[in-house]
Design a protein around this ligand. Structure first.
Ligand SMILES: Cc1cc2nc3c(=O)[nH]c(=O)nc-3n(C[C@H](O)[C@H](O)[C@H](O)COP(=O)(O)OP(=O)(O)OC[C@H]3O[C@@H](n4cnc5c(N)ncnc54)[C@H](O)[C@@H]3O)c2cc1C
Ligand code: FES
Length: 254
């Protein structure tokens, strides 16, 4: 089955001036996604912008695929302005997704900002003891809280300015509470901004805690052909779109 397909915009909820949830109904047979995979969305029917933009799959059912979009530049502005009935050209699902946690592991999800879209599908689908550490710049940039609370009671909020929950980022919150929580065999699943991921990698390496991190790199083809998205790993350069976007922390060269 081809991973190229057309979809119709079935909903576009503006959550704030910077974030929207785009709900798309595929018009052709499509491959079911897995948590941590992503799609390339073409924001325009013209050649401007030329490249499709990558977005993590947030939520899906038999009829719909949903994406959380943060306004950044021209592509995301066009996606923000799409209206129900508009058609959109898609490629996906792409990438490897998150591995299943081992039976004796307790998954700890760590999300910074729009990184929540990547780990969201794991919240309700793995292990009853799963914890979510979710951080944002301030309380108005924490999205999907009502949906998350329906899926888990183990949610630890942080904001950079202290306007909700712990003052600091999600990794600082995790470090502060990990001993108190006495979690057996933690395994971390994370996505977020560069600084947060760097701090998380350092912490996991120091403590020898296993982890899987979803990386964001600028992408062109999305299918492993252009080498535009490579990162350095212990086994040489790897393509974020093909071997990733999720990497085992033991592979990553800091
Ligand atoms: C695997 C993956 C999953 C992602 N998931 C999400 C998500 O769920 N929600 C969300 O809001 N954003 C997500 N992003 C980031 C999103 O792709 C960029 O913000 C978006 O492409 C910016 O496009 P633009 O035209 O608005 O911005 P511009 O800055 O005008 O884009 C210019 C070029 O840079 C690329 N680009 C810019 N920033 C990024 C970035 N951070 N990562 C990758 N490419 C970038 C664009 O694809 C484009 O080719 C994800 C990125 C990757 C790689
Ligand atoms: S975007 Fe082309 S190889 Fe990854």
């Amino acid at each position: 089955m081809s991973r190229f397909f057309q979809a119709e915009v079935s909903g576009n909820i503006h959550l704030s001036q910077t974030h929207n949830i785009l709900k798309l109904a595929p018009l052709q047979p499509h491959v079911r996604p897995a948590a941590g995979q992503f799609y390339l969305l073409r924001a325009s029917e013209t050649l401007d912008p030329l490249l499709r933009r990558p977005f993590s799959i947030l939520r899906w059912d038999d009829m719909h695929l949903e994406f959380l979009v943060r306004l950044k530049g021209r592509g995301t502005l066009l996606l923000r302005n799409m209206r129900p009935g508009d058609s959109i050209d898609m490629l996906g699902p792409l990438g490897n997704g998150y591995p299943e946690p081992l039976k004796d592991e307790t998954p700890i999800l760590v999300a910074g900002g729009v990184g929540i879209a990547s780990v969201f599908p794991l919240i309700g689908s793995v292990h009853a003891g799963t914890r979510l550490f979710y951080g944002a710049v301030n309380s108005t940039e924490l999205y999907l809280l009502d949906d998350i609370k329906k899926l888990t009671g183990h949610i630890y909020i942080s904001t950079d300015d202290g306007s909700m929950g712990f003052k600091g980022n999600a990794v600082e919150r995790l470090i502060e509470s990990l001993n108190d929580l006495a979690i057996a065999n933690p395994a971390v699943y994370a996505c977020g901004p560069e600084g947060m991921i760097a701090a998380l990698l350092k912490f996991l390496n120091e403590r020898g805690i296993p982890g899987y991190i979803s990386f964001e790199e600028k992408m062109a083809c999305g299918i492993g052909a252009c080498l535009g998205c490579v990162i350095k790993t212990g086994q040489g350069y790897k393509r974020v779109c093909k071997e990733g976007p999720v990497f085992d922390v033991r592979e990553i060269v800091c």
